[in-house]
Ligand binder design. Structure first.
Ligand SMILES: *C/C=C(C)/C=C/C=C(C)/C=C/C1=C(C)CCCC1(C)C
Length: 240
């Protein structure tokens, strides 16, 4: 029988280290969201559940990605994008769920999801399949990304948030900043890890470390914003 093999993590293996810590952080965040879920008013439970699902799906993928990296010493591109194609649409669902009070439609939700799928599929194509044209695929992906930014900052989502006002508007604005600033970390990772005109700028950076930092900020941070919204709205109700 084989003994359980645990590969050694070198002290300068920042990719392996961030996969490991990322996995733990995502697990801890999931437990936190799942356990706190039932202490909220029913209308917030689905939102908190989705926050927990996002970090849970990431935790499982990080478990595999950590292993893949330790075993092969190369980027787990496939697992990375499977993780994103599940979790990023769920983040679009979060926008819809918090704006539902102001009458958000399923159409808005599907538009956001559609744009995020285009962003990720073209990104995967450039990173994993047609690397010679990575810059072009990255550009198409970036256009889809800016469309999402447009919708939430200036489009229908923004006007719904304004209508809702109060804590909802506040949470929406913070989530918008996550998308504008936090999500902008990913194209930097992409440029660090694929060939293109940007080689001289981001060439020296480690793609997976950048992606892992981005995931920790965005998945856990996003969930905490939704959690705070639920806390703030619930304490308001008690005061009233
Ligand atoms: C939890 C995972 C998240 C929030 C992942 C987000 C990923 C992106 C916003 C990726 C964007 C990309 C571009 C805008 C251009 C280059 C290719 C991508 C896919 C890295």
């Amino acid at each position: 029988m084989n003994a359980l093999l645990i590969s050694k993590l070198a002290t300068n293996d920042y990719v392996g280290f961030t996969f490991f810590v990322g996995c733990m952080a995502m697990m801890a965040a999931s437990v936190f969201f799942f356990f706190s879920m039932n202490s909220f008013d029913k209308k917030w439970r689905t939102s908190i559940l989705v926050s927990g699902l996002i970090t849970f799906i990431a935790a499982v993928h990080y478990y595999y990605m950590r292993d893949y990296w330790a075993e092969n010493g190369e980027s787990p591109t496939f697992f990375r994008y499977v993780d994103w194609i599940l979790t990023v649409p769920l983040m679009c669902v979060e926008f819809y769920l918090i704006l539902k009070v102001a009458g958000a439609t399923k159409k808005l939700m599907w538009t956001l999801i559609g744009a995020s799928v285009v962003m990720l599929v073209t990104g995967y194509w450039g990173e994993g399949v047609d690397r010679d044209n990575a810059a072009i695929w990255g550009g198409v992906s970036g256009a889809a990304y800016f469309y999402i930014v447009y919708l939430i900052f200036f489009g229908e989502a923004k006007s719904l948030a304004t209508q809702a006002g109060g804590h909802v508007l506040n949470a929406h604005n913070i989530l918008c900043k996550f998308v504008l600033i936090g999500w902008a970390i990913y194209p930097i990772g992409y440029m660090a890890g694929t060939p293109g005109w940007y080689d001289g700028i981001f060439g020296g950076l480690e793609m997976d470390v950048i992606y892992n930092i981005g995931d920790a900020i965005n998945k856990i941070g996003f969930g905490l914003v939704v959690y705070s919204l639920a806390v703030n709205s619930s304490s308001n109700q008690q005061a009233a």
